[in-house]
Write a protein that binds this ligand. Structure first.
Ligand code: HEM
Length: 464
């Protein structure tokens, strides 16, 4: 496939202002009502654009060189500020939420849990959990694909973290608690008042928090009593010592576990859900994917060993991460004076690296709104054009984990099922902590590998 050549990036990068701010509320109404439409308009005003969210000013960055600078200049751009403080207050201080000053020690402690040699163990869990999920599916039934993908990734996260000594019942209890916590987290970050008003939702959230804490505490106690290294994330965390020889307390262990799952579960589930929707809307890409899966798997279930032989499946995941990066907007706060695109920023300025915009810059990706997995086979992408996992010292520690999980799930589902959206409406992306496609009811049709997929009129929506 040949896509048209792209124009060059502005050099030097330009600073601009988003027009149309309202008194007091700024651009909030536009962000709330048509978030992606508003975001898409920003690069037209500059590579760094000043946006007003209520009384706060933020600087939205979409130029690759500047995105890299914000990610890597950690003495200027810190993981602090209101958003991080709220998430820390709700879920705890772990690797994904700690300020830069604590980051190195935490990263060194957790990195071994993501060593490539452990990936085989995790991928076996992923393959088993995907099989368990689809075993519940029945032909003709309608499932919410977004919910199903979330169920899968929370289950994988719990089993990968606590591989040993957890019964299926305890794992399911923890998974359910997590689901409620992660769903409730965003509401509490944007509207803390919800926690002050008694309601069934608040009861559910508090109940889930208590169950999560008790469940993790019981596991920690069992691991401590057993004294065995199970080689999983919790065992590694139990072995962590600071410079005074002090280990993590039970509460700190719970925080690390919760923030790991926070960082890993909804991000990965959103990739799976988006990919299934994109494939339903692009039958040619879906047919090509099934062709690859049928040829490689010949009707048997996918296993982790198949991953290197599924290049098109991997490209579908890559292209989905480009169009809908789950971590679509990453915030930093300046801790000393600096400048961006020639504009001075005092300490305390809020900078947002918008990966959603970066990945759709037409200077970097020809026909950027087009879902074209082929673009990955036909050559590399410019430096820093595709950063769904961030970059620098805080780059996603679970990138290989998340990619393997999404690829295996997509292969297992697509080789055996055809999913047809029940509504013709295009998805309405929900940019919250993660860029989710929102509820996506789809009808399930079982498919025999190798057989041509029956043509379904589908929702008709081909755009993205
Ligand atoms: C496709 C799925 C995923 C995407 C798109 C993703 C994206 C990201 C991004 C962009 C960051 C950098 C955030 C920043 O710089 O502030 C990050 C950090 C992180 N991610 Fe992921 N992630 C994914 C899956 C996972 C998984 C599966 C795990 C764990 C099991 C995980 C754990 C983490 C942690 C702990 C951090 C913080 C790393 C650090 O600060 O050193 N992520 N992720």
């Amino acid at each position: 496939m040949t896509l048209p050549a792209e124009p060059p990036l502005p050099d030097p990068p330009r600073y601009g202002h988003a027009p149309g701010a309202w008194p007091l509320v700024g651009h909030l109404p536009r962000l709330v009502l048509r978030p992606l439409h508003f975001l898409d308009s920003l690069p037209g005003h500059g590579d760094v654009v000043r946006v007003r969210m209520g009384t706060r000013t933020v600087h939205v960055v979409s130029h690759p060189a500047l995105v890299r600078r914000v990610f890597t200049d950690r003495r200027t751009f810190d993981r602090s500020g209101v958003l991080y403080e709220k998430v820390r207050a709700l879920l705890g201080n772990g690797l994904a939420t700690c300020p830069n000053a604590e980051h190195r020690a935490q990263r060194l402690a957790l990195q071994p849990a993501f060593h490539p040699s452990l990936l085989d163990r995790y991928t076996a869990v992923m393959a088993a959990e995907t099989r368990a999920l689809t075993a519940r599916w029945r032909p003709g039934a309608v499932v919410d694909v977004t919910e199903e993908a979330f169920r899968l990734t929370t289950a994988v996260a719990v089993r990968a973290l606590f591989s040993a000594g957890i019964t299926p019942h305890a794992a399911e209890e923890l998974r359910e608690a997590l689901e409620v916590l992660l769903r409730g987290l965003y509401t509490r970050v944007v509207a803390p008042a919800v926690d002050r008003i008694p309601s069934p939702a608040r009861r559910r959230y508090r109940g889930a928090l208590a169950r999560w804490r008790t469940g993790v505490a019981a596991l920690v106690a069992a691991y401590r009593a057993g004294g065995t290294d199970h080689g999983d994330a919790l065992s590694l965390l139990l072995g962590v010592r600071d410079e005074h020889g002090r280990g993590l307390s039970d509460a700190e262990l719970g925080d690390q576990a919760a923030t790991l799952v926070l960082a890993g579960a909804e991000t990965t589930s959103s990739v799976v859900a988006w990919a299934l929707r994109l494939l339903a809307d692009h039958p040619d890409a879906a047919a090509r994917l099934r062709g690859e899966l049928d040829a490689v798997l010949a009707g048997r279930p996918v296993t982790p060993a198949d991953l290197p032989r599924l290049p098109y499946t991997a490209d579908v995941v890559r292209e989905t991460l480009r169009l809908y990066p789950p971590a679509w907007a990453i915030t930093r706060t300046t801790i000393r004076g600096t400048e961006l695109a020639g504009t001075p920023l005092p300490p305390g300025s809020i900078v947002i690296c918008c990966l959603y915009l970066l990945h759709r810059r037409r200077e970097l990706f020809p026909e950027p709104a087009l879902f074209a997995p082929d673009r990955w086979a036909s050559g590399g992408v410019p430096r820093d054009a595709w950063l769904p996992f961030g970059t620098g010292a805080g780059k996603c520690v679970g990138d290989a984990f998340g990619t393997a999980e999404a690829t295996l799930a997509l292969a297992a589902i697509t080789s055996r099922w055809t999913l047809t959206p029940v509504t013709r409406r295009p998805p309405r992306p929900v940019p919250r902590l993660v860029l989710s496609p929102g509820p996506q009811p789809m009808r399930l049709t079982a498919r025999t590998p190798g057989a041509a997929t029956p043509v379904d009129p589908g929702p008709g929506a081909r755009g993205v």
